[in-house]
Design a protein around this ligand. Sequence first.
Ligand code: FNR
Length: 340
Amino acid sequence: MRKYRKREHIENYLRTTYIGNPMFEDIFLYHNSLPEIDFNEIDTSVMFLDKKVDFPLLINAITGGNEFSQDINNSLARIAKNFNIPMAVGSQTIALEDEDTAESFQCARKTIGDGILLANINGHSTVEDAKRVVEMIDANGVQIHLNPAQELSMEEGDRSFKNILSNIENIVNEVDVPVIVKEVGFGISKDVAKKLYSVGVKYIDISGFGGTNFLEIENLRTPENDLSELYSWGIPTAMSLIEISALEYDDLVLIGSGGIKNALDLVKSIVLGASIAAISGELLSYLIHGGYEYAYKYVEDIIYKTKMIMLLTGAKNIEELKNVNYRVTGKLRELVDYDK
Ligand code: FNR
């Protein structure tokens, strides 16, 4: 059942038609006509989980659990290795139940070598589960996904979301790799961020509204139960980033994700406070529609255009990019609440 659902997620993702908005268009960056930078000197490297990566992009969690997923994980890991960027596998719950599926996740470790690879589980997982998924792929960190909107839109999904925070706290305390708490496309509010931070979470992946839409993905499986009026639910990625950054938790690392499709989105997410951006859906589309070369070219293009934009903002490295000036316009300006 789960194996089949994994494939359906990918197929249904590609069938979705609702277009969300992460609201990066309401972020204005100043053009710098006197950058005093040589394009070849631009340094896009960042430290992530104590390792140097060459570009601030994480290939975010997508899949695992069957042969089709294995091919995808292999290709994504090849891309990650080539560009020396980190990658996360999809939820490993399936491999905790059926060991035969573990290889579809472990292949990513074989391919990525000593690159950064993240494990993935849900908020109900035990400390033992977390340790097992980390060990399964020799992970450098473990993502815990929070997905109440997705679960509620699945007939067989969870209906109880109690005790997840204390569960996360236990995992943070007992597992010896960093814990990254993420959404799956509905965003993390500043109040949720405060709660996560209070139990020791130091990495939050926004996975905000505006890209992959799991309400629609799941609803395509059961069209008789129409959920379309909820497709606009969620916190736009740009809003979530601004509000959580405004909390000024110096040791909280933010991952800017949800609807990142191009270099300008990626740059804006960093300007708004993310240490690294992440993409799932758009990269998956390139991979499925055009194969490995097409997906590779997509990432290469993002890297080149990010350097262009960095030069045009006057930032020669990511630290400087984090500090460039920006203005918030339009609806996003009305929405954002800067109060702590
Ligand atoms: C996902 N995502 C996801 N997240 C997670 O934590 N575990 C998972 O197993 C999956 N599975 C999954 C399948 C597919 C087909 C997609 C497209 C996405 C969510 C993903 O990691 C990310 O948080 C959201 O997709 C938002 O980013 P994008 O897709 O808008 O870039």
